[in-house]
Structure formats: C-alpha cells, structure tokens
Design a protein around this ligand. Structure first.
Ligand code: PXP
Length: 260
C-alpha cells in the first residue's frame, strides 16, 4: 500500500503566526527517509495554508512524486499547468469548510471537469478525482478518462470515531451520526463493504484507486486491507502525531501499519 503524506498542516502551523517556520519544504527529505511514497499538498483558493511559492518549490524540489490537490477553477488549473506536479487531484472546495467535506459532484460538473482534465493531461499530468464512494461517481470518472480516483473516506472515519473514540457528541466531525451502537456497527460494515466493492469495480474499469480523509493509526487497518486500493493519502493524523513523535517516526509508524 502506497502512502501519500499530506503536509498541509505544517503550513497551517506556520500560517497561525504568519512567520517563516515551520517550512513544509523541510519535510520533503524527512518524508523520503521515512518511506513515504508521495507528497500530497492542497493549494486552497483562500491560501489558508499552502502558498503558491510553497507549491512551486515543493513540486520543483521533491524527489518523491507530488500530488497537488486543487479546485476546478481556471486559476488553479493555470497554476497546476505551470508548476507541473506528477498528479493533480481535483477536489471540491467551499470557503467556509474546515476541510474537504465531501467528494466532487462529478455528475453535475462534467463539462467543467472535462475541460480541466484535458488541459492537465495535455501537460502530461496524471489526473485523479476525489469522489464519494458511489457507483455513479466511479462510472462518471471512467467516462471522463482520468487515470485515478480517490475515495473520500470521511464517512467511514466519522462512523469509526463515533464507535471507538471518546470524542464528545458535539464534535464537528460526528454531529450527524448520533445513532445507537448496533446501528453504527452495521453502518461501519456497510461503508467498508461499499468501499471494497467499488474499489474492485473501479479497478476492473482500469482506474487506479486511492483513498483518504480522516484516516489515522486506529482506523486505517480496515481500509489498508482493501486489495484494490493502491494508495492512501493521510495528513492530519500524521502531522498531529509528529508533534510528539517527530515527523519521521510518525510516517514510519503509519507505513508499518500499511504493510500489515
Ligand atoms: N485526500 C484528499 C483529496 C484531501 O483533500 C485530504 C485533506 O486535505 C486528504 C486526503 C487527507 O485528509 P486528512 O488530513 O484527514 O488525513
């Protein structure tokens, strides 16, 4: 299982004080040494963490492939075509959200997506679509001719958190999931089998399959065991752990879990 380490949260810390440190660029050699397979960054339209210069330098200097997440706006596609990362993952973006809350509305956005995908592929950039795990979204992704899809695992992670962690019921990530334990256990099972089924289906349709969002040391195992998923992109939980363990150890520990 490949691991893309999302290093946005290093920039979150820097932007909290608008100073120079910590610089996400310094994470590149550590990620490489720790066994990461890819660097993932999200250049948000509001530039709340990564800045254009971060993206430019990371893409230019990383010896690992860089996966640039961005919205489908003309501005972002221009930047991506200019910086030329290994891969672009197109994600939905809302200004008011804390993080990417769901997958792309692939069905309603085909013309816009088609144009963006074509521009990126003309620059020989691999394209991935961040989608909710639904058959319609998988089929629409095939029709759009992308190389990759990435399943949003937020729902799985939220159900898992409700069942197995002590987060208060008012926590933003679990507010919609106040169900009895038995119901949550069934929901978790259903979500996992849905992801398994769709990953298999997507692979049969020649898509490469990644997954991510809300994955951590507790909940990652079940997702990592899904054979048709090739890669996980993990950010928040790795950077959060690195405060205590150091970044290198946090990546080594996650990579170890993914090896099974
Ligand atoms: N994959 C995509 C497409 C994302 O947008 C994000 C969040 O930026 C992640 C993976 C990583 O999510 P998390 O930070 O919850 O691990």
């Amino acid at each position: 299982m490949l691991l893309g380490v999302n290093i946005d949260h290093i920039a979150v810390l820097r932007e909290a004080r608008k100073v120079a440190d910590p610089d996400p660029l310094d994470a590149l050699s550590i990620c490489k040494r720790a066994g990461a397979d890819q660097i993932t960054i999200h250049l948000r339209e509001d530039r709340r963490h990564m800045q254009d210069m971060d993206a430019k330098h990371i893409i230019a200097l990383s010896s690992l492939p860089v996966n640039l997440e961005c919205a489908i706006s003309a501005e972002m596609i221009d930047i991506a075509c200019d910086f030329r990362p290994h891969r672009v993952t197109l994600v939905p973006e809302k200004r008011e959200e804390v993080t990417t809350e769901g997958g792309l509305a692939v069905i309603g956005e085909q013309p816009k997506l088609k144009e963006a995908i074509q521009r990126l592929q003309n620059e020989e950039i691999e394209v991935s679509l961040f989608i909710d795990p639904s058959l319609e979204a998988v089929k629409a992704s095939v029709d759009l001719g992308v190389e990759w899809i990435e399943f949003h695992t937020g729902k799985y992670a939220n159900i898992y958190a409700m069942l197995y962690t002590n987060l208060p019921k008012t926590h933003h990530s679990i507010k919609a999931l106040d169900f009895p334990r038995k119901v949550l256990q069934q929901m978790l099972k259903d979500e996992l089998s849905n992801l398994r089924l769709l990953a298999t289906e997507a692979k049969k349709l020649n898509l490469r399959v990644a997954a991510g969002h809300g994955l951590n040391m507790q909940n990652v195992k079940e997702i990592a065991n899904i054979k048709s998923i090739e890669e996980l992109n993990i950010g928040q939980s790795i950077i959060a752990r690195s405060v205590y363990t150091g970044l290198e150890q946090a990546i080594v520990d996650m990579k170890e879990l993914l090896r099974g």
